[in-house]
Every structure is written in structure tokens, then in C-alpha cells.
Write a protein that binds this ligand. Structure first.
Ligand code: UDP
Ligand code: MG
Length: 329
């Protein structure tokens, strides 16, 4: 029987855990009508990303109640991207479905994804038809961002496609091999390639609590996306430098000629100030861009692990062996 792993990062989601369990149960029991009678082995890997509420206790409770639910607790909040990697490292299934704990990703779409996987697709991504309750700022920002990102790289990052997707074991193994600690998983899915297809879904509103993606976090992730995915900004700085240099040389020739032909009393103070300020600004921007990349090199050169595990449940097969050993002879 084929085995499917579900990977769910959890950060301060104590109010959603019970509803999540209830929503997943028909799938795990293979009674979901979407499965059309197909039978699968299931495991759920819940990665507690350093929650500050009672999420972790809830996950442990769940594991005690139903062994198909495994948990991993990271030693602090490493961010969703790194929490996902902790799950990738632990999957034992033939395929893995990644979804959010807040039930914004509908469980009913999973059978459709599995169907596509059975047809031979290795990366079945969920395409958001609507973005649920989101601020106007976030909607506009996302749109502009994907436009920019796709213009600056050869590998397309799809807009309206998030982390809700099914990955074949091969894809998970490929992503596992990419150990950078500043991760932009959405870019990695595209970078590794494989046969992709999409299924549509409607984003639900958050089950409970608030989104963790504040404007600041989103901007950070966006910068991470651009700098870890492409070196185009460095090229933009170079091209801009060239253009400004050429314009300056033309202007210089013009001034020299003008002075020789007409003679020139001392003037042009505003022009000098404007030029100095403009060039100063350009240089600072270019330095900032270079700095972003150097910062990345610095962080990666420390070779720190992308996440640290504080505690985890015994993997399902270990549990089975233990139970067998304790059986009376
Ligand atoms: N999450 C996480 N670590 C974080 C932030 C979020 O593991 O530092 C998880 C969170 O528990 C949820 C998923 O990532 O399961 C998506 O987070 P959220 O709903 O806040 O983001 P949004 O849906 O608004 O993009
Ligand atoms: Mg959410």
C-alpha cells in the first residue's frame, strides 16, 4: 500500500489543532469520498516551530491518542521555511502533502492532488482561486512582487501558488539536499524542476487566531526570495553604474567645450549639489545590494544547521517494534 505523509508546520495554533484533527480524520481512515475507495497508509508530521502557547501539549496529546500523528518540536521559532525542512527530513511516505495548520488549505483538495500524482505528476501544486481574507496592501504587494521576481529570473515562480502541494518522494529528496539556512521554499520547488501540474482551491478564512505574516515578515521573505533566487539586482547596479558614467562623460565633454568656446564664470552650484546627491544615493543603493549578498554569504559560511530539534515523538515504525517487543512471549 502506498504511504502518504502530511506535513503541517504549527506555530501558536492551539485553537486550530482539534479542528485540524477532525478535518483530517476521514482522510486518514480512507473514508473520504474523494478517495473513491482507494486505500493509503497515512502519517502526519506536525512540526512545532517554537510555539509560545499550548500548541506543543496539544500535539503530544494527539500523538498519545493517535500514533499516526508524529510531532517534532524545534528549540525556538525558526520560521515556517525551516520548519518545513524539519518535516522533509522526517517523511517516510511515497509522497508528501504540505498544508497549513489553520485549515486555510482545504482537506477536500488533497484527494484531487493524489489523483494527479497517480497520473504521474511529481509536484502537484495548489492554485489559489481567491486569497481569503487579506489586507489590500498584501494583495497589491504580492502581485507586484511576483511580477518583479519573474522578470528577473529564468525559472518562473508561479503567483497564487503557495506551500499547499503534494510532492513525490523524489522531489522531497531533492529539496532535502538543498541545505541553505535562509530558505525560500517556493523558489526551491521551481528550482528542482520535476513534472508539475496544478489543482485549484479556494482559500478558506483562518480557523482561529491571526496570521503570523506581518508586513515586516512578508517584506523580509520577499527580499529573501529575490536575493536567494537571483543575482539580478547586482547586475542592475552594474548597468545603472555604466549608464550614469556614460551620461556623466557626455556632460563633462559638453561643459569642457562650453567653457572653451564661451568662457564660463563660476556658477552651477545647484547642479553640482544635485549631481553629488544623486550619485551618492546611487552608490549607497548599490552598496546596500552588495551588502545583502555579502550578508547571505556570511550567514551561510557559518554552516549552522537550518533548525534544531528539541524533542520528537518516536517514529511510527519504532513504536511498532517497541510494542511487538513488549508482547508476552
Ligand atoms: N508558521 C510556522 N512558523 C512561523 C509562522 C507560521 O510554522 O514562524 C506556520 C503556521 O502555524 C501555519 C503556516 O505556517 O500553519 C502559515 O502561517 P500563517 O497562517 O500565519 O500565514 P498565512 O496563511 O497568513 O500566509
Ligand atoms: Mg494561514
Amino acid at each position: 500500500m502506498k504511504k502518504i505523509s502530511l506535513l503541517i508546520p504549527v506555530y501558536n495554533e492551539e485553537e486550530s489543532v482539534d479542528a485540524l484533527y477532525a478535518a483530517l480524520l476521514p482522510l486518514l481512515d480512507n473514508t473520504h469520498p474523494g478517495l473513491k475507495g482507494a486505500q493509503y497508509d497515512w502519517e502526519v508530521i506536525l512540526v512545532d516551530d517554537g510555539s509560545k502557547d499550548r500548541s506543543y501539549d496539544k500535539l503530544r496529546e494527539l500523538n498519545g491518542h493517535d500514533r499516526r500523528f508524529r510531532y517534532v518540536r524545534l528549540s525556538r521559532n525558526f520560521g515556517k521555511e525551516n520548519a518545513l525542512l524539519a518535516g522533509f527530513d522526517r517523511m517516510t511516505g511515497d509522497a508528501m502533502v504540505i498544508m497549513d495548520a489553520d485549515l486555510q488549505h482545504p482537506v477536500d483538495t488533497i484527494p484531487e492532488m493524489i489523483e494527479q500524482w497517480n497520473k504521474g505528476y511529481e509536484d502537484v501544486y495548489g492554485r489559489r482561486l481567491s486569497r481569503g481574507k487579506e489586507s489590500l496592501f498584501r494583495k497589491l504587494f504580492t502581485k507586484a512582487y511576483y511580477g518583479l521576481l519573474n522578470k528577473s529570473t529564468r525559472v518562473d515562480v508561479l503567483p497564487n501558488v503557495g506551500d499547499f502541494r503534494l510532492l513525490d518522494r523524489k522531489v522531497v529528496e531533492a529539496i532535502r539536499g538543498l541545505r541553505e539556512s535562509q530558505r525560500y521554499t517556493k523558489g526551491l520547488y521551481c528550482w528542482v524542476g520535476f513534472k508539475k501540474t496544478g489543482v485549484d482551491f479556494q482559500t478558506a478564512d483562518r480557523m482561529a487566531g491571526e496570521t503570523h505574516m506581518s508586513a515586516g515578515r512578508l517584506i523580509n521573505l520577499a527580499l529573501e526570495g529575490i536575493t536567494s533566487y537571483t543575482t539580478a539586482p547586482l547586475r542592475v547596479a552594474t548597468v545603472l553604474g555604466f549608464i550614469i558614467s556614460i551620461l556623466s562623460i557626455c556632460y563633462m565633454i559638453y561643459i569642457v567645450c562650453k567653457t572653451i568656446i564661451y568662457g564660463e564664470p563660476i556658477q552651477g552650484f545647484p547642479t553640482i549639489i544635485c549631481t553629488i546627491l544623486f550619485l551618492g544615493g546611487c552608490q549607497l543603493i548599490a552598496l546596500g545590494i552588495i551588502g545583502e549578498y555579502i550578508g547571505k554569504i556570511y550567514n551561510e559560511s557559518k554552516c549552522r544547521p537550518p533548525y534544531i530539534v528539541a524533542e520528537e515523538s518516536a517514529p511510527a515504525d519504532v513504536v511498532k517494534i517497541k510494542q511487538e517487543n513488549t508482547r508476552p512471549l
